[in-house]
Ligand binder design. Structure first.
Ligand code: SF4
Ligand code: SF4
Length: 423
């Protein structure tokens, strides 16, 4: 298997990340809708007895598990009644999810708090993993993970979004408190703050080493931060956590401080929303709010064949439905008018080499895509570096033939994971 290192080729075209306004406005708070939706990253298993069912009454802050001994869970952001539990398809290449729909009632003063909040990884993984900003504590509790350093990102990892820059700077005092809690939870003292240089004066506290973030896309992605700032190469198919580096969004750290302050979970997610005119809205919505409710409150009309992209202009995915809910990791929503969408094509690769030239992981994308198109996923990984891909989306952005390269790559990684599980 090829285990090629990352290195940046010179003279590549560059895209620049979006900057936060000089005097940013607070997010517009969205109303909590009557029906909320939570997604669990596992499909319904008809052979097992579920722990929750339609008609169950739930409390605000209640942890919802589908089956006994599950490690994945959702946390109800409201008190109410479960109206349905069914299967949900996120997009064309992701696996199936379980969708839990909750009808809110008027007992919203009720809140399940924690009787005890130990500052340890086990508690964090079992109760705090669904905080706004998606901390990712579950990955740290796996066997064999030995952490050496924390990287808190006040830089956004995709174009158009300013969510991390906003939350990290507007709530710098809570960020500082959250950093102290995080240090105790992880037993780590080596903490880096990845922040664009122009924001440095807005976030100043002791006990962290500042990493000035590049404004060039995709330099804020973990693999490139590790290489450019920590002099560490992320091997193909490995995660930063497996290499001892824990990346966490500023918003997750702020949420951690708020949860410990309130002795209870918090649910308000900050999102950058770009509408069809290109205007940017900064909003705050409770996790589980369907996007349709947000669009309706902002007066954004979604027409047939318009596109809703979740998770970033370059790395995001188009959702089938405006009922997709706000999730803990949803930093941005992009709405594209059908007339502005550049269609993908079925034409063949013409070997122009633009994808190979721009790829920061030095992958022969023109060759890789041939194997992905013919479902030869193991060859794509073994010979053409599928697992070295950092999902930056640059190859698809520059492709002359408009081939759906990002979709092929995501599908390839998904199928490869399934093949390995089945092996
Ligand atoms: S998305 Fe494309 S350009 Fe980016 S690392 Fe993967 S193969 Fe390379
Ligand atoms: S950019 Fe597109 S057309 Fe050009 S070599 Fe890469 S895959 Fe082929």
């Amino acid at each position: 298997m090829i285990k090629r290192s990352f290195f940046m080729l010179s003279n590549k075209p560059r895209l620049t990340c979006d900057l936060l306004e000089t005097d940013p406005e607070a997010p517009l708070k969205m109303d909590v809708p009557g029906l909320l939706t939570l997604l669990l990253p596992e499909p319904i298993d008809g052979k097992r007895t579920a722990l929750i069912k339609k008609g169950d009454v739930v409390e605000k802050g209640q942890k919802l598990l589908l089956y006994e001994n599950d490690t994945q869970y959702a946390v109800s952001p409201v008190s109410g009644t479960i109206k349905s539990i069914d299967t949900f398809t996120v997009d064309e290449v992701s696996g199936l999810r379980t969708r839990i729909t909750i009808e809110k009632d008027d007992r919203n003063t009720e809140h399940v708090g924690y009787t005890d909040m130990p500052e340890d990884l086990s508690f964090a993984a079992q109760h705090l993993n669904q905080l706004p900003g998606a901390p990712g504590f579950d990955g740290l509790s796996r066997n064999g993970i030995q952490l050496n350093a924390l990287v808190i990102t006040v830089a956004d990892t995709d174009l158009l979004s300013t969510t991390s820059q906003y939350v990290g700077t507007a709530h710098a005092a809570e960020l500082e408190k959250g950093v102290q809690i995080l240090k105790r939870i992880t037993n780590l003292s080596k903490v880096y703050l990845l922040i664009p240089g122009y924001l440095l004066e807005r976030v100043q506290f002791d006990g962290v080493t500042v990493m000035p973030a590049s404004l060039n896309y995709p330099d804020t992605l973990p693999a490139l931060v590790m290489k450019n700032h920590l002099d560490k190469i992320l091997p193909a198919g490995r995660t930063p956590e497996e290499m001892g580096i824990f990346f966490i969004r500023a918003e997750a750290v702020v949420s951690l401080a708020r949860a410990f302050e309130a002795n209870a979970p918090v649910f308000e997610k900050c999102i950058t929303l770009i509408d069809k005119t290109g205007a940017r809205h900064r909003i705050e919505a409770v996790i589980g709010t369907p996007l349709s409710s947000i669009f309706s409150q902002l007066g954004i009309q979604i027409d047939e064949q318009d596109r809703i992209v979740i998770g970033g202009a370059m790395q995001g995915f188009a959702t089938f439905t405006d009922h997709h809910p706000v999730t803990p990791d949803m930093d941005s929503i992009l709405v594209q008018d059908k007339g502005d969408i550049i269609p993908l094509s079925d034409t063949n690769c013409i070997n122009c080499g633009r994808c190979v030239q721009i790829c920061p992981a030095d992958i022969p994308v023109n060759l890789l895509v041939r194997f992905l198109q013919t479902a030869q996923y193991e060859t794509a990984a073994d010979k053409y570096d599928l697992e070295s891909c950092i999902d930056c989306g640059l190859c698809a952005y520059v492709c002359t033939s408009r081939i759906a390269l990002s979709q092929y790559i995501r599908l390839g990684k998904h199928e490869l994971r399934k093949l390995r599980i089945d092996a």
